[in-house]
Ligand binder design. Structure first.
Ligand code: ADP
Ligand code: ADP
Ligand code: ZN
Length: 218
């Protein structure tokens, strides 16, 4: 696929496969993937001022305040690497975030990966992430070749502390209350692409690639 410009938002509940599919697109198409979740987790790990502010929110499965999240994305979108293309993985997550984004960038489409709640719990409790490179695995659907070790870089795999069942429930609640309204918001602008996120990742990626073209400028 030859793309001039591709500015996308990845919507969908936690565990829908936003990280997996956006990393595939980053690798195969060279489109920068921007994950607010990854940015917050890095800040927590490095104990920066931001990290100290958001640590308890992430641990409880709540949403970081809009003001803070918007400021981070606004700054990141001013970098030269994202002038033509980007995939925002996990931003916006609220209507105020979407409205703020519209004031400083014009996404071509919002891609909503649909996955039922029961499948989400299975995906999140089995998720393993590489501490070194951020690669995403699953204990059942995408196990590493060697238990606990990243295929790509040899780093250690870990379970995110917000992937425990109690926290997943809080995150799903936040999703249904705050994020799901964005589906109507982007549909109303004629910019919503809905993809079934439940088949295997290769199938989801192929469907995404075959459908996204009609939202992009020629
Ligand atoms: P998920 O796997 O649920 O999609 P992410 O890695 O995208 O998780 O996000 C992890 C956590 O970071 C969220 O539960 C939330 O606390 C915080 N977060 C990420 N993106 C946003 C956002 N756009 N607005 C508010 N909080 C966010
Ligand atoms: P999100 O970023 O939306 O929270 P992830 O991409 O991190 O979701 O995926 C959550 C978990 O589900 C990971 O363990 C990942 O390996 C697994 N996964 C993602 N997409 C699929 C898929 N299409 N089929 C099976 N498992 C998947
Ligand atoms: Zn790795």
């Amino acid at each position: 696929m030859n793309i001039q410009s591709m500015k996308l938002i990845f919507l969908g509940p936690p565990g829908a496969g936003k990280g997996t599919i956006s990393k595939m697109a980053a690798e195969r198409l060279g489109v920068p993937q921007i994950s607010t979740g990854d940015m917050f987790r890095t800040a927590v790990k490095e104990k920066t001022e931001l990290g100290l502010r958001v640590q308890a929110i992430l641990a409880a499965g709540g949403l970081v305040p809009d003001e803070l999240t918007i400021a981070i994305i606004r700054e990141r979108l001013s970098w030269p690497d994202v002038r033509q293309s980007y995939i925002l993985d996990g931003f916006p997550r609220t209507i105020p975030q979407a409205e703020a984004l519209a004031a400083f960038s014009s996404p071509d489409a919002a891609v909503d990966f649909e996955v039922r709640d029961d499948l989400i719990l299975f995906r999140l409790t089995g998720r393993r992430v590489c501490r070194a490179c951020g690669a995403i695995y699953h204990a059942v659907t995408k196990p590493p070749k060697v238990d606990g070790i990243c295929d790509l870089c040899g780093g250690e795999l870990y379970t995110r502390n917000d992937d425990r069942e109690e926290t997943v429930k809080a995150r799903l609640r936040a999703y249904h209350e705050e994020t799901e309204p964005l589906i109507g918001y982007y549909a109303g602008k004629g910019r919503l692409l809905t993809i079934d996120g439940s088949p295997d990742a290769e199938t989801v990626y192929t469907t995404f690639i075959s459908e996204i073209g009609r939202f992009l400028k020629k």
